[in-house]
Design a protein around this ligand. Structure first.
Ligand code: ADE
Ligand code: ZN
Length: 346
């Protein structure tokens, strides 16, 4: 890894804002801001069960992942037609571009929406059109990862996969999200094997609230290339050795971990220790509309809380590109732009 010149502590926030970066772990449904939720509800002739935006925001207090997922799921009820998915994704992509995100890999699921009576192609076509417009109008590259919902049975994940196959070219990968505890990765062994045979890139949430054993099985049974969250890996030294040796990226989401009480305070987050252990960690926003900040806010608050360094900023941005599913030529362009910003920053 290139050694970069340290910047004075008071200049670090500006460098964090300005540095080019990739985002590899965000759920598009988790970027639905209350203002847009009310606007879509009105457009679709629906009501949000809160009197106004402020009251809805006040409800965003969670003690664990499940409490969040219940509110998050209720919020998705306002999404009814393709344009709703476009508008939600476009709002996120503009926000990401403002944070100097050059590339983003967006999680979404179809099972939530097919469960509300929508067709999978309504979801995928709306999101994909926003990604295509982002490339043309914002200069940001965006790809889509379809997540299965792990609280539902594996045969329903198979149905979601089959429904998505006519739109295969609009997707880069398959992931696994929703309630982790009690739903280990191996529950989805067969459907991940099928996705792998179809040529999808594979990721899975593991070790957010769940034990290190779930990270082992995501690697060894599902054969994923990246682990989403993975912060519980630090409880298992043999697992850390494996992740470091195989250079498995971990898409860490510090403000999410704070808001879902995975850590009692940001000052207690283990991101600094993960980097010191040699793990390929990245910083991500997970569900920015619910957890108090988009990508730059995650960087700024985490660096302030943990006292991370200029070198670690460079490392995290570098990791975000190398852990992505972009092709080699684009990767070189992004890494060069990153190096240039660090070299010329005053
Ligand atoms: N879906 C949206 N956000 C999630 C998270 N943090 N963990 C699992 N599933 C999710
Ligand atoms: Zn997530």
């Amino acid at each position: 890894m290139r050694q970069v010149k340290p910047v004075p502590p008071e200049r670090l926030p500006e460098l964090l804002r300005r540095m080019p970066k990739a985002e590899l772990h965000m759920h598009i449904e988790g970027s639905l801001e209350p203002e847009l939720m009310f606007a879509l509800a009105a457009r679709n002739g629906l009501t949000v069960p809160y009197p106004d935006v402020a009251a809805l925001r006040r409800a965003y207090v969670f003690n664990n992942l499940q409490e969040f997922l219940d509110i998050y799921h209720a919020g998705t009820l306002v999404l009814r037609v393709e344009q709703d998915f476009y508008d939600m994704a476009w709002a996120y992509l503009q926000r990401a571009a403002a944070d100097n995100v050059l590339h983003t890999e967006i999680f979404f699921d179809t099972q939530t929406h097919t469960g509300h009576g929508l067709a999978a192609e309504v979801v995928i076509n709306g999101l994909h059109r926003a990604c295509a417009d982002a490339k043309a109008q914002l200069g940001i590259s965006a790809s889509l990862i379809l997540c299965f919902l792990r609280h539902l049975p594996e045969h329903e994940a198979f149905e979601a996969l089959e429904q998505a196959l006519p739109l295969r070219d609009k997707l880069v990968g398959i992931g696994l999200a929703s309630s982790e505890l009690g739903h280990p990765p191996e529950k989805f062994a067969k459907v991940f094997a099928r996705a792998r045979a179809l040529g999808f890139r594979l990721v899975a949430h593991a070790g957010e609230e769940g034990p290190p054993a779930y990270i082992w099985s995501a690697l060894d049974v599902l054969r994923v290339e990246r682990i989403d969250h993975g912060v519980q890996a630090m409880r298992d030294p043999a697992l850390v050795t494996r992740l470091v040796h195989d250079r498995i990226p971990l898409t860490v989401c510090p403000l999410s971990n704070l808001k879902l009480k995975v850590f009692p305070a940001l000052t207690r987050h283990n991101l600094g220790r993960m980097l010191q252990a040699g793990l390929v960690a990245t910083v991500n926003s997970d569900d920015p509309a619910y957890f108090g900040g988009y990508l730059n806010e995650n960087f700024m608050q985490t660096f302030a809380a943990l006292g991370l360094t200029t070198q670690q900023a460079y490392q995290l941005a570098h990791n975000s590109f190398s852990a992505s599913f972009i092709e080699a030529s684009a990767l070189r362009v992004f890494q060069d732009r990153l190096a240039e910003v660090f070299e010329t920053f005053e």
